[in-house]
Design a protein around this ligand. Structure first.
Ligand SMILES: [Zn+2]
Length: 503
């Protein structure tokens, strides 16, 4: 057992009662605990760890993805395969209903190109179809979907987006860049109740199979209706993992009017920090610094934790300045400010983080799934500041592990592997000097993630009195050769003392 509790790092036995951890100790305590109705699970040399906590993910996007056709390289290897998969789906879907496919990657397709509208029209002329690129930066629509989206030869390029056109006719060929947000929010109809139900069942099973007993939804469009929908899923026991939902800044007043602030809820479902996403366009960050400062200050003053999304250094800098501003104005710490991603952090910003001590919610799986792309596309003078997990830890920051799923797969074991090895799927290494130990990586996905949502007193370690959220692993990640950590299997997931998933 790895308890992630420094007071008692290893033990042989954990006893559970009433959903909580009753006792952590040696096997000699077994007989004294055994009573009528006691169930003993012999872990046979396997490893028990605290349930994993994904500190930054997106439930509804995952749910949509799980309802979509999987077009990842493990499922298709050519555009003909993609067409066959769409045809099968169209045969079983009433005409006119949207069909979505996710995770295609033209790099791995035999034809070495993106599919286009005409490819899809051949197999699904009467269904609107959208296929989403693995990067989420591109998507492909068939002709019916293009017309429903109001995109034609006359449509001008939208700001930040690009409509690819046939060189001869000038007609859109279906491939759109930077427009997925618009398509998913303004064009795709919301999921029906039936779709939501089957989607949440898939998502629930998925999380439990990964050992994710707690998750933190960081979607910027989270509003009160989303909160209520998730509440229903929880009340109906359709989503077993515990949940923290970060409200979007736009919806802040809705939550205030409903009397909810960060921390409201219970240990099944809790309101997290306000999510703010500044964006960088043409070298400038919006909202402007003064406005960002005001937003953070107001949110804190109203009793909310704040979580600022910041990927590139200009945005990280703006986020730090806004958090510093609020901290100085309030003359108190204790709001446990968060920076989401903090992917690029040059030395002068690290210095400021050291003083500010926000929680960093980082995504190690990006090292594995995106490593090759970073090495190909990020200039060398910026590459060396990417995902500086060891530097953050050495600076005393709490770093919470997460996935940003469904942007990349959310297996915490893959995240631990990536943080320990810094090795990309392609085999290349990305800043190996920023590698951390397996124990540190495990802490990121358990106690540190719990700290990020103010819940370290009730979860994140195997400690007497905490919630009995546990995962049984096929092997011990701290003893396994690092290159094999990603092959460790989740064998059993326990939430509140109840076995909710078994391999
Ligand atoms: Zn995200």
């Amino acid at each position: 057992m790895i308890s992630v509790d420094p007071a008692q790092p290893a033990a042989e036995l954990v006893a559970v009662k009433g959903g909580r951890i009753l006792l952590v100790g040696g096997n000699e305590s077994l007989e004294s605990l055994r009573g009528a109705g006691t169930r003993v699970i012999d872990c046979r040399g396997k490893t028990v760890v605290p349930g994993f906590n994904d500190a930054h993910c997106h439930i509804f996007s995952l749910l949509r993805k799980l309802l979509s056709i999987d077009l990842s390289p493990s499922s298709v290897s050519s555009i003909s395969d993609i067409k066959a998969a769409i045809r099968r789906k169209a045969d079983n879907t009433p005409a006119g209903r949207w069909i979505t496919g996710t995770d295609y990657n033209e790099f791995y397709l035999a034809e070495q190109r993106h599919p286009n509208r005409w490819d899809i029209d051949e197999v699904a002329p009467r269904h609107p179809v959208v296929l989403v690129h693995r990067s989420l930066h591109a998507c492909v629509l068939n002709s019916l979907a293009l017309s429903l989206a109001g995109i034609s030869g006359e449509t001008e390029e939208p700001p930040g987006g690009q409509i690819e056109r046939d060189l001869v006719s000038g007609e859109p060929n279906g491939l759109l860049f930077g427009m997925l947000g618009y398509i998913s929010e303004k064009v795709l109809p919301p999921l029906s109740e039936a779709e939501l139900d089957s989607g949440i069942a898939l998502a629930n099973r998925h999380y439990l199979s990964q050992g994710i007993t707690s998750l933190q939804d960081a979607t910027v469009t989270n509003d009160l209706s989303r909160w209520q929908k998730l509440r229903r899923f929880k009340d109906d026991n359709k989503l077993k993992s515990r949940l923290s939902m970060m409200p979007g800044i736009e919806a802040l007043s809705q939550f205030q009017e409903a009397g909810l602030v960060s921390g409201s809820g219970d240990n099944q479902m809790r309101l997290g920090g306000v999510k703010i996403i500044p964006v960088e366009t043409a070298g400038e960050v919006y909202p402007y610094q003064a406005e960002l400062n005001r937003q953070v200050f107001e949110a804190h003053r109203a009793g909310f934790q704040v979580a600022i999304h910041a990927v590139q250094s200009a945005t990280v800098e703006a986020a730090i300045s806004a958090l510093e501003y609020a901290r100085n104005q309030l003359l108190q710490a204790g709001r446990r400010q968060r920076i989401e991603h903090c992917s690029e952090c040059p030395p002068h910003l690290l210095e400021r983080l050291k003083k500010l001590q926000p929680v960093i919610a980082i995504q190690p799986p990006f090292l594995y799934y995106g490593g090759e792309r970073y090495l190909d596309t990020v200039p060398a003078d910026r590459l060396r500041w990417l995902y500086r997990i060891k530097s953050f830890l050495d600076s005393g920051l709490v770093v919470a592990g997460s996935s940003d799923s469904p942007v990349v797969p959310d297996s915490p074991l893959m995240g631990i592997y990536a943080a320990v090895t810094r090795q990309a799927e392609s085999g290349q290494f990305l800043l190996p000097e920023e590698a951390i130990s397996p124990a540190q990586a495990l802490a990121m996905y358990t106690i540190n993630a719990a700290y990020a949502s103010f819940e370290e007193n009730i979860k994140g370690s195997i400690t007497q009195g905490k919630l009995a959220d546990l995962v049984l692993l096929s092997d011990d990640p701290t003893e396994t050769p690092p290159e094999r950590i990603k092959d460790i299997r989740v064998e059993m997931t326990i939430i509140g003392g109840e076995i909710v998933w078994e391999a």
